[in-house]
Design a protein around this ligand. Sequence first.
Ligand code: NI
Length: 169
Amino acid sequence: MIRPIVKYPEPILQQPTELVTEFNEELRTLVDDMFESMYAAKGIGLAAPQIGVGKRLTVIDLSNQENPDGKLVLINPEVVETQGRLYEEEGCLSLPEIREKVVRAAKVKVRAQNLDGEWFEIEGEELLARALQHEIDHLDGVLFIFRMSALKRDLILRKIRKLQRAGEW
Ligand code: NI
């Protein structure tokens, strides 16, 4: 089922999420819904708070449905190692149309659980490193606009308020 994606400044986007403790059918349905909602919105990553669910899980598919092995489900993920720095453009389904450069680690190692509750590790660089950090930030209640300089962020927030007033946000 496609669920609506919530946008900034919806409070759930800025609240830390709760750990997932039950690995059941309900969780599988939630993950299916997250993939469906993400594909419908043409995104490459989606965190549970973005569909209004305050749980620590995220899905990523950099292949955008091209590759069945490209589907990543990360439950209770944590970044365990980082390396280097990259300054690249990023976007977010909860902040549509906004693209800005932010600093991220160039490489990350993440530990997470799968749908059966088993722990695994995944390493990513370039776009995958960026997606992992962006999505895990969501689970900590951090949006990418809060990774920018205050100056850039203020400009963006002003633009959003203008769009809100015009009924276009
Ligand atoms: Ni996002």
